[in-house]
Each structure stands twice: as C-alpha cells, then as structure tokens.
Design a protein around this ligand. Structure first.
Ligand SMILES: Nc1nc2c(ncn2[C@@H]2O[C@H](COP(=O)(O)OP(=O)(O)OP(=O)(O)O)[C@@H](O)[C@H]2O)c(=O)[nH]1
Ligand SMILES: [Mg+2]
Length: 298
C-alpha cells in the first residue's frame, strides 16, 4: 500500500516552522533567521520513501495586523494552508503568548482538517513548561495529537514523520519521487540572498527588500563549470539604497561574500554572483509590483 498526502505547517512568526520543514525534509528548503517574518511564500518540501510521499508546505507566520499589501498576501498564503491539507502541523513554541482571541485560533477551530499540535524548542524548556502549554492549547482547539519537539536538534522529528504517515490516505505519489520542492532553482537563489540581507541589515531595511534573480545560468570558465547568478535587490525607499551598499560599497561586498558562500554550498558548485540595488518606491503596497514579485496568488 502506498500513502501520499499534504501536510501543512502553520503558526505564528518565528516559532520554528521553517526549521521544522527542513528537519522533516532533510534538506534546506526554507530559509531560517532569528527574525520574525522570514518566510514570505508557501514552499513545498517533499519527502518520499518506497511506501509514501509527504508533501510538506511551509508558510509565512500569521501576522495579526498586516500593514502592507505584501503582508496581506503573506497572510493569504498562511490562511490558505488551513484548507488544502490532509494534516495540519500547528507549531508553537514554549515562549509564545496567545490571548485566545487570535485569528489563527478561530481558523484552527473552523477547519475540518486533522490537526497536530507541535510544541517546539523544548531544548530550551528549562522550567518544564511544555506540558502546561500543551494543556492550554488543547482547551482552545481540538487537536488530534500533540508532539513535543526540538526542530533545531531534530528531537522527536522522525517520530513525528512516522505518525504523520499513519494519518495519510492511501494514494499514489503526487510528484516524482526524486523531486524535493515545487520551486525552481532561481527561487532558492533569491531566498538565500534574502536570508543574508535579514542577517546583515538592521531594523526595517531587510523587510523592505525583495530579491529577484533575473539571470541564472551555468557556464564554463577555464574548463570548470561556473554558475552565474544575477540578482536585483529592490528597496522601497531611495534612502535605503545607500544603506544596502554601505560606505565605499563595504556592506554590499560583505553581503556578496556571505551569499556566494551559501549559494556554493547549496548548489554544490562555483558561483559567480552579481548584485544590483534598485529602487521601487513603496513596492510593498503596489499591486502590480507585488504581482510581478510573485505575491499574486496570495
Ligand atoms: N533553540 C531552538 N531554536 C529553534 C528551534 N527551532 C527554531 N529555532 C530558532 O527560532 C528562530 C526562528 O526559526 P524559523 O524556522 O525561521 O521560524 P519560522 O516559524 O519559520 O519563522 P517565520 O518564517 O518568520 O514565520 C531561528 O533563530 C531558529 O534557529 C528549536 O527547536 N530550538
Ligand atoms: Mg519561516
């Protein structure tokens, strides 16, 4: 018997959804940073075996009060994950405070999809709070199951996979078994660059950036393969361009070096990286640009 199904990972920003997705798939599909609102799109990560295929979906953290069209699109991606699944993994961590009034709780109670409560970051649970947190959650939402995990240390994550497979319907695989994601290589290239922007720049600057890879080409140099990646970094205000570039180009140089190292690790080959900063005033609220940047299905 072969099982297949869709398993959507949902939760607030910064609880470890992307870390969990990567741990479950076994590859770096989603970028991870210590900053909230790192993930902006839905990203599929596939895990296949002879007897099953799990189609995981990572999503942006739910934003209670979206301020930009971009954040509204992110919320649409997040809320669509409540419906098109066989199993929902609702992730929270031992630090999160919920009032019980949040839209996410309403959405969890509305959906008829099977739900598993995931309490993450138990490696940091010095005061043994995880059980009490799980009890509060169980009172708010009828979860079919609860798991205590550390996504970062892969504690209990393989047991979670086994349990999830148990819940999946009998079905043929939806994707070729050797496929890992639904996204093209240039999407991952852009995400890796954006991850470094989140790590290197402060405050609002990384949130106002979008990275678009406009050329992604494998070439040869001196008989060696070389992956050439040309990316534009869009900022949404003029004043942010000199911040990205930095004094004497220092900041963008550092960005280029760290991004290139990660790109080489990800694509397992030498990379030439060309970065350009462009201004697209107020793009986070501009419908046409949002569409162009891939937020149209939000
Ligand atoms: N100690 C510890 N840290 C974790 C664990 N899982 C995730 N983190 C950290 O929590 C932070 C957020 O992780 P992400 O995976 O980016 O969280 P996310 O829910 O995808 O966040 P958004 O995409 O912003 O919604 C990062 O600094 C991770 O390293 C864990 O099990 N233990
Ligand atoms: Mg994420």
């Amino acid at each position: 018997m072969h099982k297949s199904g869709f398993v959507n990972i949902i939760g607030n920003p910064n609880v470890g959804k992307s870390t969990l997705m990567n741990a479950l798939v076994g590859e770096k599909m989603s970028i991870i940073t210590s900053k909230p609102q790192t993930t902006r799109h839905r990203i599929l990560g596939l895990r296949s075996d002879d007897n099953y295929q799990i189609v995981f979906s990572d999503s942006p953290g739910i934003i209670e009060k979206p301020l930009y069209g971009m954040q509204e699109a992110m919320n649409k991606f997040a809320f669509s994950s409540f419906e098109d699944a066989d199993v929902i993994l609702f992730v929270t961590d031992i630090f999160e405070k919920y009032t019980g009034e949040e839209a996410v709780i309403h959405a969890l109670n509305q959906t008829e999809v099977l739900k598993i409560l995931i309490i993450n970051k138990i490696d940091l649970d010095k005061e043994d709070k995880a059980d009490a947190i799980a009890n509060i959650w169980q009172e708010r939402v009828g979860f079919q199951d609860t798991f205590f995990i550390s996504a970062e240390q892969k504690l209990n994550t393989e047991q979670l996979v086994e349990r999830v497979v148990g819940y999946l319907p009998e079905s043929e695989a939806y994707y070729p078994k050797d496929q890992l994601s639904d996204k093209p290589e240039r999407f991952f290239a852009a995400e890796i660059i954006r991850e470094k922007i989140l790590l290197l720049y402060k405050q609002e600057v990384p949130y106002s950036c979008e990275v678009i890879v406009h050329r992604f080409k494998e070439e040869e140099k001196n008989g060696q393969p070389l992956l050439k990646i040309y990316a534009d970094i869009y900022v949404d205000r003029k004043s942010q361009k000199p911040i990205i570039i930095g004094k004497g180009g220092e900041a963008i140089k550092k960005l280029g070096i760290t991004a290139r190292a990660s790109l080489e690790a990800f694509f397992e080959q030498h990379v030439y990286l060309d970065l350009n900063v462009k201004i697209k005033e107020n793009w986070r609220n501009d419908e046409r640009t949002l569409k162009h940047f891939g937020y149209e299905n939000g």
